[in-house]
Design a protein around this ligand. Sequence first.
Ligand code: CP
Length: 312
Amino acid sequence: MKHFLSINDIDSLPHWVEEAIALKKNPYQFQELGRHKTLCLLFFNNSLRTRLSTQKAAKHLGMEVMAMNFGKEGWTLEHGDGTVMNQGTSEHVKEAARVVSQYCDIVAIRAFAQLKDREKDEAEEVLNGFSTYASVPVVNMESSIAHPLQALADAITMHEFKTKAKPKVVLSWAPHPKALPHAVANSFTEMMKLQDAEFVITHPKGYELDPRITQDCPIEYNQEKALENADFVYVKSWSSYSEYGKVLSQDSNWMMTQAKLGNAKFMHCLPVRRNVVVEDSILDGNQSLVIQQAHNRTYSAQIVLKKILENL
Ligand code: CP
């Protein structure tokens, strides 16, 4: 594996999960692997978990880490080919990616969807620009359409907490005052397609995800029906895909409550808006796995960095 851009860059999800759990037991066992190697983290958007867990993962492997808030502090990048750069952009990604490659051995990028132009978002110009022109491997720390480090951490968490070979897992849409991207829901769905599980997606009509991603996944518009006998409930807000980037509903009936959760484990990637997406009692109770998921972000990043370092 050169780049880690999508959950489909994982050759065997069960093996990676097992290996990540072994790393968790002994995080410093490969600290020589990253000696004299540098990871550069470029953030075009905010972060708490991704920034700190990826740094921690790199440190476990003995790497040096540099982080830059590119979106706020870097030059505005141009991505078009042949553009006459006499407007707002200052540096072409062709130079920027090659220059960053002079300072590090792996570059990790966070660049969210803008949710204005679907075609533009799906072109993934920042992530693809860097993976095309950088001379070092690129790691996706959440792009317009994918958040594979989160999905891998979720797979690790479900493996740790499942009590049956084939659990029922429900991805349940939640209301949110802001239009949010589809990346987490997309990668979670892609990851679930690699699992031995009964997987159901539930959301109001109009909130269908990209059908190329949800192909073969059951969609149940009745949330309570979808939640019946669930073992894990993964709650996430996203904006409409068909009416791209629009908030079509803020129906608070879709908020996750203790009554609807039943005996299932609650999952969310965080950050989460309390009493909008999920009621307090769930997050404050012992069915919530959100802190364990955040903890496992370190080991999902560590297994990805380890695989890349082994191929340098
Ligand atoms: N879940 C997640 O990616 O968190 P941050 O946006 O805080 O990094």
